[in-house]
Design a protein around this ligand. Structure first.
Ligand SMILES: [Zn+2]
Length: 74
């Protein structure tokens, strides 16, 4: 079960697979935290991290999805 790593956030993925859970998590990060947590990023950009110990990546939402997809091609 994938949970959100942000302090105080109780979100967790409800998904049939880890791939689906990670996709939900990426969308959750964008929707719930991208603008409030990372206030200094440019308009239209989001920050994601694919694993909790990764550095934040500043990118577009579309690229964030592509990064997520390629992450799972490994
Ligand atoms: Zn969260």
């Amino acid at each position: 079960m994938r949970r959100c790593s942000h302090p105080g956030c109780s979100w967790q993925a409800i998904a049939p697979s880890d791939d689906a859970a990670l996709e939900q998590y990426a969308e959750h990060l964008v929707n719930a935290h991208a603008k409030t947590v990372e206030a200094d990023i440019p308009d239209g950009m989001v920050q994601i991290k694919l694993r909790e110990d990764d550095e934040w990546i500043t990118t577009t939402f579309e690229e964030a999805r592509d990064l997520h997809d390629s992450f799972h091609d490994h």
